[in-house]
Write a protein that binds this ligand. Structure first.
Ligand code: 5GP
Length: 145
């Protein structure tokens, strides 16, 4: 069913789930992890992943895991809206390298859009440091609780 890539248990997000790589988290449950995108395209750009599903992309994912992901994505989007007050929010998912997917562990982007602020390019530029992401994540976490 995959658009070419097979699941690799050493992908960046699998390492983040296992705690082998750092991340700035906004929500963690038994099934779900949401964290700040390290190349944020706008202030508050978050990623939502499933911790046990080995889906590479939207085509692969089991209905139960998809449902859990969608519920968490909506929760995070609502918290981003409440805490950061963007003018709009894009929910994005890229399936396959040719569609722009760069990490092959299914994820959804919550990308806030602010009037008059250009959305940065996807997955490029200089990575943000944890110190600059943490206060934004703290605001989102506060809105989730
Ligand atoms: P995709 O291109 O697969 O839709 O999205 C992958 C996202 O992961 C990109 O937006 C990229 O900025 C982000 N990303 C890549 N490497 C890392 C990382 O090590 N940590 C975090 N938090 N985000 C990452």
């Amino acid at each position: 069913m995959s658009l070419e890539n097979q699941y690799d248990s050493d992908n960046i997000f699998a390492k983040i789930i296992r705690g082998e790589l750092p991340s700035v988290k906004v929500l963690e449950t038994e099934k779900i992890l949401a964290f700040m995108d390290v190349f944020p395209q706008s202030k508050g750009h978050c990623l939502i992943i499933h911790k046990t599903s080995e889906a590479v992309n939207f085509l692969d994912v089991e209905p139960q895991a998809l449902s859990e992901l969608m519920e968490a994505t909506q929760k995070v989007a609502r918290a981003v809206n409440d805490s950061l007050k963007p003018d709009g929010i894009r929910i994005l998912q890229f399936s396959g390298a040719r569609a722009g997917q760069t990490v092959f562990h299914l994820h959804f982007h919550v990308l806030p859009v602010y009037e008059g602020v250009v959305v940065a390019a996807h997955a490029s530029g200089k990575p943000a440091d944890a110190e600059s992401l943490e206060p934004i994540a703290a605001d989102i976490r506060a809105a989730l609780s």
